[in-house]
Ligand binder design. Structure first.
Ligand code: BGC
Length: 462
């Protein structure tokens, strides 16, 4: 790449970062947050693990195509989070677009089956619910869904408390009960599961079906929640960046088609340029255009190439593989019914690289904005921090993580960032959030009790 192109890309990324910085402040503001495209949602998670957490927990994980139920044990002495067992329940496509009641009844039924299989039905275990959608949290156990994203659009859930809907579905069955509930975004679970291993982990990031990040913000900047002391984890919901039109100048005609064809047109603009649910489709649209312009496959398309969704995001990773990429591209093109020549497969590979690189650089610009914000918040010249990461795009794509890291270094040179891939943030991390919430509740009860004692003593002294 020539110096000019590199310089231009850097300028573009810095521009994106500067806009996001402004949107972070709008999202955190007491009076500006209602209209802010980047929601900056308080999570009521006030601390990362300190290693003294312990106990048995249930975890639910809803956010992708499958729903998972887990039994997790947090062991204090060994500083370990153990997954005792888990079960996957598929969520059929029609249920993802059906009624909320159907969805929550299905979740309650899966949980019931799991409890029976684990012989846990008589117990009322605390439950961490990883619900990977934007929610306005009122407390750790009160979480109002703002809007569905990714492939979900169940009726009667937006604007409602998800914990209440889950509890109502469990009560409708009447055959088991659950203990206290902690609502967790997957980014938060990811940060917390890494936080157990590395206590300087204070950012969580997901680049999978959807994309998002959370980080520990100073309470004095979280104007929507009472209190000035300490920190709280903020779920940025950066996927909504650009929903007010602020990314129009960098959106392409292909981005606009993807948005128009999606089930939630006009929302999650940034996510639609980055995450796994959309990358394959962007590539497909570019290939269609190049074919129409007779620059690929001698102008001969195929039914498969013309069909939305047929170019899967995982193809991008396969095509960009270092050694077998070109061969993989050729096999995929053949499967898509296309007649290719060597040069076609090379062009297809270039298109995949362009789209995945753009995604990595946009993510990097957003991550650099967070890291810089934490550094400035703390008045530091230099910040050393850890990001817990998860998601198929980050994990599976051959160059994505390298490109992301390199761009973050350019955009946030005063931040030294370690990347830690999370081990099951949505399962173990959710249990961890629940465990930390319990520890804090216990500590504050002990504090209240000891305050009470000292009051009594003072009274006796009088
Ligand atoms: C959701 C976020 C979630 C992200 C990654 C987005 O669509 O709005 O809440 O964290 O996907 O799963």
């Amino acid at each position: 790449m020539c110096c000019q192109t590199i310089q231009k890309k850097r300028e573009e990324n810095s521009k994106v970062s500067a806009r996001l910085k402004r949107d972070f402040s709008r999202g955190l503001g007491k009076h500006s947050h209602h209209k802010a495209p980047v929601k900056m949602l308080p999570t009521f998670v006030r601390a990362t693990p300190d290693g003294t957490e312990k106990g048995d927990f249930l975890a639910l994980d809803l956010g992708g195509t499958n729903f998972r139920v887990l039994h997790v044990r947090v062991v204090e002495e060994q500083q370990k989070v153990l997954k005792m067992d888990s079960q996957i329940c598929a969520i059929p496509q029609d249920m993802m677009l059906g009624t909320g009641e159907q969805l929550f009844d299905h979740i309650a039924a899966c949980l019931s089956d799991f409890l029976v299989s684990q012989d846990l039905k008589g117990q009322t275990l605390p439950l961490g619910f990883t619900f990977s959608f934007p929610c306005e949290q009122k407390e750790i156990d009160k979480s109002i869904l703002i809007r569905w994203t990714k492939g979900f659009n169940c009726s009667g859930v937006e604007g409602k408390d998800v914990v209440k809907l889950l509890k109502e579905a469990i009560h409708r069955r009447g055959d088991y009960d659950i203990g206290s509930v902690a609502m967790v975004n997957d980014t938060v679970g990811t940060m917390m599961s890494c936080g157990y291993r590395d206590q300087s982990c204070e950012i969580g990031m997901i680049i999978g079906t959807g994309t998002n990040a959370c980080y520990m913000e100073e309470m004095k900047n979280v104007k929507r929640v009472e209190g000035e002391d300490g920190r709280m984890c903020i779920n940025t919901e950066w996927g909504g960046f650009g929903d007010d039109g602020s990314l129009k100048d960098i959106q392409t005609e292909f981005d606009r088609v993807v948005d128009k064809m999606s089930i939630n047109t006009g929302v999650h603009t940034f996510e639609k340029m980055i995450s796994g649910m959309y990358l394959g489709e962007i590539v497909r649209l570019v290939l269609v255009k190049l074919t129409e312009d007779k620059l690929l496959f001698k102008g001969q398309s195929s039914e498969a190439l013309k069909t939305p969704g047929r170019f899967e995001t995982k193809f991008i990773s396969e095509i960009e593989e270092q050694d077998n990429g070109l061969e993989n591209a050729q096999n995929i093109l053949t499967k898509l019914g296309l007649k290719w020549e060597l040069v076609d497969s090379r062009v297809v590979r270039l298109v995949c690289d362009t789209i995945s690189s753009r995604s990595a650089r946009l993510c990097a610009a957003a991550l650099a904005t967070i890291a810089n914000r934490i550094r400035v918040n703390r008045g530091l010249d230099h910040l050393k921090t850890t990001v817990g990461v998860d998601g198929t795009v980050y994990r599976k794509h051959p160059n994505f993580s390298d490109e992301l890291k390199a761009t973050v270094r350019l955009l946030a040179p005063e931040c030294d960032i370690t990347f830690l891939v999370s081990e099951d943030g949505s399962g173990k991390g959710a249990a961890m959030v629940t465990a930390v919430a319990q520890r804090l509740a216990l500590q504050s009860r002990l504090l209240e009790d000891s305050d009470g004692e000292s009051d009594e003593e003072e009274e006796e002294d009088k």
